[in-house]
Ligand binder design. Sequence first.
Ligand code: ARG
Length: 607
Amino acid sequence: MFNQETIAIEEKIRSYCAENDIPLAELKWQPIPFNGEWGTSTSFFQTAANEAKAGKGVKVPMRAQEIAEAMRDEIGLPKGISRVEAVRGYLNLYFVTEDFAERVIAAILQEKSDFGRGKSKGERVMVEYAQPNTHHSFHIGHYRNAILGESLSRLVEFAGFETIRAAYPGDIGLGVITVLWIYEKFYKRQEPDGIHERGQWLLNLYVEATNMLTEKENETDDERILREKYDAERREMYRKWDAGDEYIRDLWLETREWSLDELKEILLQIGINIDTWFFESVEDEPSKAVVQELIDLDIATDERPEGGAVIVKIDEKLGLTKEKYRTNVLLRNDGTTLYLTKDLSLAKKKFNEFGVDRSIYVVDVRQSMHFMQAFAILGLWGFEQAEKCYHLGYGFVSLPGGAMSARKGRVVIFKDVADEAIRRFTETSKEKNPNLSDEQRAEVAESVGLGALAYAMLAVDNSRDTIFDMDVALSFEGRTGPYIQNAHVRAASILKKFKVEGSKLNVEKLKPATFNFELTSHEIALIELLSRFPAVVEQAANEYRPMIMATYAYDLASAFHSFYHAVSVLKAETDAIRDARLRLVAAAKQTLANALALLGITAPEVM
Ligand code: ARG
């Protein structure tokens, strides 16, 4: 923040360099942490290095210092700046402390939920997430995917990218057909009522069918014959689906809808609103055309005449001598497409029909080879955007009890975990805050229960595995959602008390404060963190890492809790100090809410 000053100063630096023929490198400003005063700093090493490269015969460190000194003399003492120094190649600007504090706070209170929003980047980003396979239930791993994609979408959108949220459920494949087969054969019209019950019931069918279709140890002949018969039926069903058989397609659409109903219900509950739905089944036909296009362009090789498949030799096409991309089959000998084939046609659609400049795929980290291959083929195909395709791989989620396996039915259903979190928080809240109305309590429990889950997922860096422990996640201490939400609640309660305790003023109407009293370390830490929020948004969005925002939210909450314990606000020494602190509290509350919103977490007023 504080671009006004730096922009004016940058102007001066630029014109000075232009006049004096100095090849100025990009100016990057870094905050100087508080040490009696706040400041910001930039260096001239790169500029000096540019000169050296141009053959000016300069020694980089010395020349950097020379330039920094020249700049110091050039810019004088702009308004709001208390001093300027040139030290070892750096130009350091220090802000007038009281101005800085009030300006941070004024900006927050004025911009409110827009505080930290970046200027338009002029680029369109598509974030693809929430793509579980259908005919299955939404488990805790899918939840990590969904919340990660949502938080990322909110971050890039807030940072200034035009953002499209896309989902791509896997709605066809052998797993789907397996469920369809057993349903049709043994369970037709036995489905339970209720969106979640029906969704979860499909998972049970899948487990049972897989069991029937898997070879057992010491299988008898009869058992084997039966299993092979079932398997043949399943294959026949797949063939019919492929051929567009109306009965099978209807059955498939109907059961698919049960999964999608459940998925949409959950997305609604966790605050996700998908703009565009893609489906694997829809990409099947167009992807066949893509294969032909790639053969015609001599990117793919058609080995079908020799009894092989259509493949892409990426390594060879890229002129690599070492194997990197392995074998890539695009079309089997029987003419069926693969997962990779469909991703090619999907990507083309994203670029051409949706005008996407950057394409992010939030998908299990175990699929990283798949995406490396897909992006490499897109590059060979001539899509410039291939370079801005990014696979955000995320790690595995398990519970303290152990790993999950869908095929064996050892799955942690998201709905069970969410219900349990909400139920437990409802109990805690009855103890801690008996005065809440039932309606209020239900609302808060939903906010805190889901906040705890979201934070537990987002506090872990993307590709790392994580163990979700409910007791830890719901705790009011440590790095948890409730800990951060509680900071927001405390800020709200101070502001409310101020209103209630007879003041005609409310914080909104307080005049700009003068921070000309001696600031406590707690105030300094808070103000500094608040001032950094816009830069944190930018960094988290640029690096596609919600964890950066999660860490920031914790740091801010922690600074606020310390301030809350150590500094009197309503009983401050003077009214002027009280008012200044009240504005600081309001600014902290707003920034906590903004940070939480970017994590897909709501900020309650009470809890
Ligand atoms: N449905 C797939 C799965 O569950 C994820 C789809 C990822 N997206 C993609 N464009 N391939 O593994």
